[in-house]
Design a binder for this molecule. Structure first.
Ligand SMILES: [Zn+2]
Length: 168
C-alpha cells in the first residue's frame, strides 16, 4: 500500500494524538512532552522532552512517532531534548483529568506540602488525592509503582491502593 500524502496540519495532529505507551488514556501532547513540530518539505521534525531521562517509554514513543509520520508519507526526524527538563506543569488539564479517571492520581503541582503549624516541616510529606474517593489522606507504599515514573500509594479513607504519577 502506498503512503497517502496528507497536509502538514494532519501530520502534526496525528503525532500529537499518539497515546503514551505507559498510560494509553493520555496523549503525548496532553502529557506535555511534545515540545515542537516543524514540517519542512516532506520531513517532519519532532522535538520531545521525556518525563524522565531514564524512562524506557522514550524509545517506544520515538518509534511510534516515526511510524505515524511515515504512514503519512513523510520522513520523521525525532529529536529528544532534556533541557529545559520536563515538569508536570506541562501536563494539560485534560491530561490530568484523564489520569484521574484512569485511576492514577495526577500531579497537582503543589509539590511538598508544609503543615499549617509552625513546628515540624517534613518536606517528604506530600498530599496526594485518592482518585477513587477524593480523600487527601493517602500514604506512600512504594516510591516506584509499575514503572519508575509512578509511585504506589494507598488511601487511608477507602483503603484502595493506587498509582501516583510523580510530580517533579
Ligand atoms: Zn480513597
Amino acid at each position: 500500500m502506498s503512503a497517502v500524502t496528507v497536509s502538514a496540519h494532519d501530520v502534526e495532529r496525528a503525532v500529537r494524538q499518539i497515546p503514551d505507551p505507559e498510560i494509553p488514556v493520555i496523549s503525548i501532547d496532553d502529557l506535555g512532552i511534545v515540545r515542537d513540530i516543524v514540517v519542512e518539505g516532506d520531513t517532519v521534525h519532532v522535538t520531545i522532552t521525556p518525563t524522565y531521562s531514564g524512562c524506557p517509554a522514550v524509545q517506544a514513543i520515538t518509534d511510534h512517532i516515526g511510524q505515524t509520520v511515515r504512514r503519512c508519507g513523510m520522513v520523521p526526524d525525532v529529536v529528544t531534548t532534556l533541557s529545559p527538563a520536563w515538569t508536570t506543569d506541562w501536563m494539560s488539564d485534560r491530561g490530568r483529568e484523564s489520569l484521574r479517571r484512569f485511576g492514577i492520581a495526577p500531579p497537582d503541582g503543589t509539590g511538598p506540602v508544609r503543615p499549617d503549624g509552625p513546628v515540624v516541616v517534613d518536606l517528604s510529606v506530600r498530599r496526594v488525592t485518592c482518585p477513587t474517593c477524593g480523600s487527601r489522606d493517602t500514604e506512600e507504599l512504594s516510591r516506584f509503582g509499575s514503572t519508575a515514573c509512578k509511585a504506589l500509594r494507598r488511601c487511608r479513607a477507602c483503603r484502595e491502593p493506587f498509582e501516583e504519577f510523580k510530580a517533579i
